[in-house]
Design a protein around this ligand. Structure first.
Ligand code: FMN
Length: 288
């Protein structure tokens, strides 16, 4: 729960915001965000990527525009920039950045993950990144100018206009030949629904989750031949591991809120992946 709002409601409320109100983020809210970033815990796989808020004052607006998001994002009042040192950290990066997204959403701020459409070098300079630090993705953040109410968003979700893949393509039971039926998922159906509402690079939804051997196993199914929109970008193959971290975040925060205790590890089950694009990443096991 962030800001007295349930995680489930917050996940349902979130959509990518690409059009912001032309005003800085209120000082008090900037402070809350910075305080939140300052106590970022390690990710579920034990890594500690670094996150920083860049927020503009009115005078700074032009400078921020110059940071370069190629015009896809209108009037961004701020950005959260994250760095990691090693590609092993990609899932934890996704998990922790999405935690920031949900914190922001619960404070009525709009966000959009940006994986390709920004100038890395300028953001790196702005947060004084060391040569070892890479920036896989950033967030734009601020009050939304989109006049969508929470009710509109929920209706849109319910109407299925968010273009998510059906359960049968995403979730499996004991084998990748066998889709998981909602009724068979029991209390875990809610966690899977929350994974499904997550953002993903180019909305490819590469998460595949299989139940087996008493645990829940998270796989990435990579998109063949997709390299991303510009040459400076991190390959989509890597951004899709960030997507898995986002799925882990939605799963974990929902589970915690529902009082379903579990732990993460990297210890693959004896399951045959469906194809050579699908790779095991992590498992969640209920705590006995
Ligand atoms: C790792 C990652 C990178 C993304 N990169 C971009 C981007 O460069 N530009 C953009 O407009 N949206 C980007 N998105 C947002 C997705 O397009 C969006 O999450 C997806 O279409 C689903 O829509 P929703 O977030 O409104 O539910 C990115 C999302 C993720 C998770």
């Amino acid at each position: 729960m962030f800001n007295d709002q349930s995680i489930i409601e917050t996940i349902q409320q979130r959509t990518s915001c690409r059009n912001y109100r032309d005003a800085p983020i209120a000082e008090a809210l900037q402070t809350r965000l910075r305080d939140f970033l300052a106590v970022t815990p390690p990710g579920p796989l034990g890594n500690t990527p670094r996150f920083e808020l860049i927020a503009a004052t009115i005078e700074e607006r032009e400078a921020l525009r110059g940071l370069g998001t190629y015009g896809f994002i209108k009037n961004p009042p701020g950005f959260v920039v994250g760095t990691l040192r090693d590609s092993r950290e990609l899932e934890d990066f996704g998990y922790l950045m999405e935690r920031i997204v949900l914190f922001a959403t619960a404070h009525d701020l709009g966000t959009c993950w940006l994986g390709g459409t920004f100038t890395k070098s300028r953001f790196a300079a702005r947060i004084a990144a060391t040569p070892e630090e890479r920036i896989p993705a950033i967030l734009s953040i601020g009050a939304s100018a989109e006049r969508r109410t929470l009710r509109d968003t929920l209706l849109r979700r319910l109407a299925g206009s968010d273009h998510r893949k059906p359960w049968a393509e995403l979730f499996f039971d004991g084998s990748f030949d066998r889709p998981l039926e909602r009724e068979a998922a029991g209390d875990f159906a809610l966690l899977l629904d929350m994974v499904r509402l997550g953002p993903s690079a180019s909305n490819k939804q590469p998460w595949r989750i299989a139940r087996a051997e008493g645990g829940w196993h998270f796989y990435v199914q990579r998109t063949r031949g997709y390299i991303g929109s510009d040459r400076s970008a991190i390959p989509l193959a890597d951004l899709q591991r960030v997507d898995i971290g986002i799925a882990m975040c939605h799963w974990d925060l929902t589970a915690q809120e529902q009082g379903m205790a579990g732990t993460w590890d990297v210890n693959p089950p004896y399951l045959t992946p469906p194809d050579d694009l699908t790779e095991y990443r992590a498992s969640w096991r209920p705590r006995a």
